[in-house]
Structures are given as C-alpha cells and as structure tokens.
Ligand binder design. Sequence first.
Ligand SMILES: [Zn+2]
Length: 245
Amino acid sequence: MRAVELNAPGHAPLTLWLRPLTGADEMALAGTGTAVAMTLLDRLAEGADHAGLTVSQIDRALAGIYDTLYGSRAECRVACEACGETYEFTLDLPQIIAEQDADRPGPPDADGAWTMEGVARVRAPKPADLVDDPDTLATRLTVEGGASAETVGAFLETAAPVLTLDLAACCPQCATSAQVRFDLASYLTRRLDSERPFLVREAHLIASRYGWSHGEIMALTRDDRRAYAGLIEAERARLSRRQTA
Ligand SMILES: [Zn+2]
C-alpha cells in the first residue's frame, strides 16, 4: 500500500491509501481520459471514502499513482505548428506540486471554504460541480457573499490547484512559442493504455511457462508480473544461445 497526501503541507492532513496496480486493473481500463482515471482511482483506493474529494485532491491522488508507476517525470511531446517539427520537454511533477503549494493562501476553514478578499466565501470544486459556464460554476462554489466568476476562478486556481496546466513551450528548430495543455488524468491513462500489448505478452509468457490461469496472472501486481516475465525471457534467451552454440 502506498500513502498519498492529498492536502498541502500546513493544511489538515488527508491521506489516501492506494494498493498496487494489478493486471486486472489494467484490463478493466478501457480507453483514456478523466472518467477512466476515476475508475483507476476507485479501484486502487478500494474501500476508501473518496467521494467527497475535490478536483485538486483527486489530481494529487492521480499524481501519487503516476509516481508509483512511472516516477516523477512526464514527457510532453509537441508538434510545432510553424515548422512541423516534433519536440519534447520534461515536467517534474513533484516540483510543480511544491510550487503550487508554496503559492497557496493557507488552509480553508473547518467548513472547507476560504474567505476571499473579505467579499465572498468560496470552496474548492468537486467533480460533480464542474460545468463549462464559468458564472454557473462560480455561483456553485460561492458559499457566502459574491464576486465575479473571474475573481473566484483566479482565487481557486491558486487555493485548490489542479494538474491540468497550460505550459509555455518553444520550438528548438524555429523558436516559435506555443501553449501546450498538460492534463495529468489524460496523460496517465494514455500511458497505461499504450502499454496494453505488454500486459498481454507478459500474461502469455507466464501462462506458457508456469501454466497459471488467466485470473491468477491478472491478480499479480504489475511489478511481480513484470519480474516473472523478465525471468522467463532471460531463461528463453539463455536456452536459445545454448541451442545456437
Ligand atoms: Zn518550429
């Protein structure tokens, strides 16, 4: 189990426990995007009551899952609109989270709301609050008083930061700048989705060598499955070298 802290340092601690990913989890994820990321979180935080989490806290949980699977770095690929060149840059997620936390206005009150510039009390959005219209969203998130949607939005961006980021990039070929959207939920699920062929191959290797059932293999954690598959591949390589010698 891995503990992921969902609140910023200095705020009331909120720890979510996540179990390791198994093949069954990977098989259950169909496609990519926010809904798939939520399914993943539901499965790994089994039994935890996380229905009341804010979007900001959910992104911290997803960052914890990402870190367990892939480490701290995320590679972004950009296709330059000016010259067509494709280039990459790297994000350091723990560093981004630390920067976000340093900018926060401090913890909310016991009811989860902040008093904003003395004119309104606002709370962080939960997934069910999200709507496209900024005025409707601001009204939903205002507990007391009132302020413009723009002011509420700007305050919550800092007070309850998310890991959907608009990043400035610059093409190394032609120096054209671009704004690139990074969305952790999409990024994480795309990466997992792209690894589906490995899951099938590893399951095939293990079933062929040990005769374990599909269910038994899918119940293995991802790390254990890969370790077994690695041993079988090494053994096969040794045998084939011996045969050709
Ligand atoms: Zn370019």
